[in-house]
Write a protein that binds this ligand. Structure first.
Ligand SMILES: Cc1ncc(COP(=O)(O)O)c(C=O)c1O
Length: 503
């Protein structure tokens, strides 16, 4: 296939150059002169011209449309049988995957450190989940992944108790770039008769350079959720779902098609989809550019290591049995030696220096470098040095940040009701103190990374309350799904006994 082409984008450009007269949606008229001037003033002349609706002959109508051709190019590029373009992020992909695998059976074994969108999918699909805990870096409060042995043990245990899972959901790579042994995990899942979903949101660029891990679709995963916009160069929200060749492909294809129809907009954005076509073409042709990004990340790590106030966290990943590779484009930095929290450091970098790191925890800040982007490492290091100097001065005055004593990542509470039953049960909002020991009706996730600390049906523990309130109080932390921004209250199941009887 000709990977130098971008058929979908080319078809839209051709339409735009034919001077079409739009008396259809979108209401901006299709050109600055026809009513799109307010958009063109900010986003440029082309934005309205390329923002075309769905179902146009020559663009996306029919089985051989330009859009289908571009999606086939994407499938080839990532080693998939078929791809679906998503305009509502990998979150849409996770919900779609959950709805699809419900067609294989009602039980899913899922890594507890899933993204909250997969929990949403479990609720929507009415899947019955069992959880398996990933390895945890206690020092930094980081969830990594699963070993094949751990997965095998968990699947065996579930089957022995008459709860055989028909699908498995894992996350790889993690937010910190730690990558699990997907090939072996797929073999284990298949040996137990289960399909494997890999949430590879953070690894959409994998497989496009010898310095990167392989695309999970080539390693035996059945479904791969890929957040193309994260590190692979498409516009924000533009993502993909990959269906790989494998033992479940025939069964899954129509299930995914039907689930996609339920989760997709009927007005999916041509601008976002076009950006997927362009990102694929750039990645396939971008070996040198990707190499430059990998070198920039390596340079950043070397310069961080040279300042003894910092540590590069991936340097000690070898102690975790689940991590077989690491994404070189992630630079997680331990800042705990400077006596201020990662949240404080990230905040100072933004407000004083205009340098935006992806995320922070109590002890870390994480830089991510796009596969097609090489940042100004000198500027990052100047800013980091200046913030560390500021912290040194504060420490000399005895003003260390109390957030460095951040509560530990809480263990999951006991699952006392099925998540869907708890979500739909009659609920009531109570104070945090009253919530301890009761059953959550909501999914609450510290963001980033968006891993649920509570899922519906789980018992709310004091440890979880303390952790979530600390996240909400930190300068850059948000708790997704909380009943109020400070997590002073929780939505709990009103009457668990009646609710579970109804479920
Ligand atoms: C593991 C994981 N899966 C899925 C998502 C959702 O991705 P998106 O923001 O593209 O919807 C995220 C977002 O951070 C994530 O970390």
């Amino acid at each position: 296939m000709d990977q130098t082409r971008a058929p979908y984008v080319e078809a839209i450009q051709q339409l735009a150059s034919s001077e079409p007269l739009h008396v259809m949606v979108p209401g901006h008229g299709g050109t600055p002169a026809a009513g799109g001037a307010h958009l063109a003033d900010v986003y440029g002349e082309r934005i309205a011209e390329y923002d075309v609706p769905l179902m146009l002959d020559g663009i996306d109508l029919g089985d051989h449309s330009a859009r289908v051709q571009s999606q086939q190019l994407a499938a080839e590029a990532w080693g998939a049988k078929r791809v679906w373009w998503l305009t509502n992020g990998a979150s849409q992909g996770n919900r779609t995957a959950a709805l699809a695998v419900r067609g294989l059976g009602e039980r899913v074994l899922m890594q507890r450190s899933s993204h909250s969108s997969f929990v949403d999918g479990v609720l929507l699909a009415g899947l019955i989940p069992a959880f398996v805990a990933p390895t945890i870096d206690e020092a930094h409060g980081i969830a990594h992944g699963l070993t094949p042995e751990r997965l095998d043990e968990a699947l065996r245990e579930e089957a022995e108790h008459g709860r055989k899972a028909s699908s498995v959901y894992i996350v790889s790579p993690s937010y910190f770039g730690s990558t699990a042994d997907v090939r072996a995990l797929a073999e284990v899942a298949h040996a137990h008769g289960a399909a494997l979903i890999v949430d590879g949101a953070w690894g959409a660029h994998f497989g496009f350079h010898e310095g990167l891990p392989e695309s999970p679709a080539r390693l035996g995963a059945d479904i791969v959720i890929s957040s193309t916009h994260k590190l692979a160069g498409s516009l924000t929200q533009a993502s993909m779902l990959h269906l790989a060749e494998g033992p479940f492909a025939e069964q899954l294809e129509p299930l995914i098609d039907r689930a996609y129809t339920m989760t997709a907009s009927t007005s999916a954005s041509a601008i976002l989809m076009g950006s997927l076509d362009l990102a694929r073409r750039a990645l396939v042709q971008g070996r040198d550019q990707i190499g430059a990004s990998i070198r920039a990340a390596e340079q950043l790590r070397e310069r961080v290591r040279a300042d003894d106030r910092f540590l590069v966290i991936r340097d000690d990943f070898s102690q975790f049995a689940d991590i077989v590779q690491t994404d070189p484009l992630r630079v997680p930095i331990d800042v705990s030696k400077i006596g201020q929290s990662g949240h404080w450091v990230r905040d100072r970098l933004i407000t004083e220096h205009g340098v935006f790191f992806e995320m922070s925890t109590a002890t870390t800040i994480v830089a991510v470098i796009g596969a097609l982007a090489a940042p100004d490492v000198d500027r990052v290091m100047r800013a980091l040095g200046a913030v560390a100097d500021e912290a040194d001065a504060l420490r000399a005055e005895g003003r260390a940040d109390t957030l460095t004593a951040f509560p530990p990542l809480p263990e999951a509470g006991m699952l006392r009701m099925l998540p869907r039953a708890a979500y739909f049960a009659e609920s009531v909002v109570v104070t945090a103190h009253q919530a301890i020991g009761r059953i959550s009706a909501d999914t609450l996730a510290a963001y980033p990374p968006g891993i649920p600390n509570l899922v519906p049906g789980e018992e709310i523990t004091e440890q979880t309350v303390t952790f979530l309130q600390a996240v909400a109080a930190s300068p850059t932390g948000v708790v997704r799904g909380a009943a109020d921004p400070l997590v002073a209250t929780f939505r709990v199941v009103r009457d668990p006994v009646t609710a579970s009887l109804q479920a």
